[in-house]
Design a protein around this ligand. Structure first.
Ligand code: AMP
Ligand code: MN
Length: 310
């Protein structure tokens, strides 16, 4: 990484707080070392993240053709998660914390114990000898705050808080950042949340909550398609609920998000449908879904719950 002069950064399609924060912090650090850095993502950031410093440096494209010395792929368990073509033949540095990473890089740094990819980026910035600026600290904090479900997930460790201590020392305001992330949303998001929860179904002895979204509901709630983050977690507030499945129907496909509690492994369910993620947060896409396939998803989640109770 130190030899490369021209570096391209990328991450997964439909970016989240960790992919955006990790890319922006690393870009800022590499620029401090005098490197030429570009970030190319296939999808724009959700409006929620508009407050992130330097967000505008991210270019939106589905291919990367210009020459560069190295491509750093963050937060992707496989290269196709980027959705960006033209990366295959490059010198790729794979930095990720998702179980099941297929080690597609020329260099692979896979750390499943990291609570967010931003933990790895924070260590990398340290190793590069770059001092954290307030902007970089903001990027890293947003990544860790959102990827840990507001400091609630199981992979939080003393290291997480040590990194956050250093981030806080760099001058960020955690309360202001939390306010940007959690209390600056749209009315449409809250309306859609109401509609989804109102129609929520419970399966498997109330242990699985099922949410279904159709495009018509987005229009009715006046909610943007990329403004649904976080809703999938809400049914977990119910004591009996062990897992949530959220079917998002668009056109001829359905994007499926799954969340679970404790030992319920929904990553395995996602993998069985060609997706991936973490034990308690995973996702996949079904092309041309039928009632039978969505029923199969619920059945496999029920099996994951049963397995966790053995
Ligand atoms: P989501 O439900 O989209 O918020 O995704 C939850 C987790 O699963 C995140 O860590 C994603 O990176 C991961 N994930 C979602 N979809 C896929 C997929 N098709 N392949 C691999 N990982 C995925
Ligand atoms: Mn992550």
């Amino acid at each position: 990484m130190l030899d490369a002069r021209n570096v391209l950064l990328t991450s997964h399609a439909r970016p989240d707080g960790d992919s955006l924060g990790s890319q922006l912090a690393l870009a800022a650090a590499l620029r401090r070392l005098g490197k030429q850095v570009r970030i190319i993502n296939i999808d724009p950031a959700p409006a929620l993240y508009a407050f992130l410093p330097d967000l505008e440096i991210i270019e939106i494209a589905d291919s990367a053709t210009d020459p560069c010395d190295a491509v750093v792929v963050l937060e992707c368990s496989s290269l196709d998660r980027t959705g960006v073509s033209g990366l295959e033949e490059r010198m790729i540095i794979n930095i990720d914390h998702h179980a099941g990473n297929v080690m597609y890089g020329s260099l692979n740094w896979f750390d499943e114990t990291a609570c967010a990819c931003a933990e790895q980026v924070s260590d990398l910035i340290d190793a590069l000898g770059v001092e954290l600026t307030e902007a970089m600290a903001t990027h890293l904090y947003v990544a860790i705050l959102t990827d840990t479900g507001s400091f609630r997930h199981a992979n939080i460790t003393a290291r997480t808080f040590e990194i956050c201590r250093r981030i806080a020392t760099a001058g960020i305001d955690p309360a202001r950042i939390a306010a940007e992330v959690y209390t600056n949303g749209s009315l449409g998001h809250v309306r859609l949340t109401g509609m989804l929860l109102d129609r929520m179904q419970l399966e498997y002895d109330r242990r699985i909550a099922v949410l279904r979204l159709h495009d018509t509901m987005l229009a009715e709630a006046e909610c943007a398609a990329d403004d649904i983050e976080g809703i999938v977690n809400l049914p977990l507030a119910v004591r009996d609920v062990r897992a949530v499945v959220f079917f998002k129907h668009t056109g001829t496909e359905v994007r499926v998000s799954v969340r679970s509690k404790a030992a319920v492994d929904v990553r395995q369910v996602a993998v069985s449908f060609g997706g991936g993620g973490h034990r308690n947060a995973a996702g996949f896409t079904i092309e041309h879904p039928t009632a039978e396939t969505t029923r199969q998803v619920i059945t496999r989640i029920a099996t994951a719950i049963a397995n966790s109770e053995q």
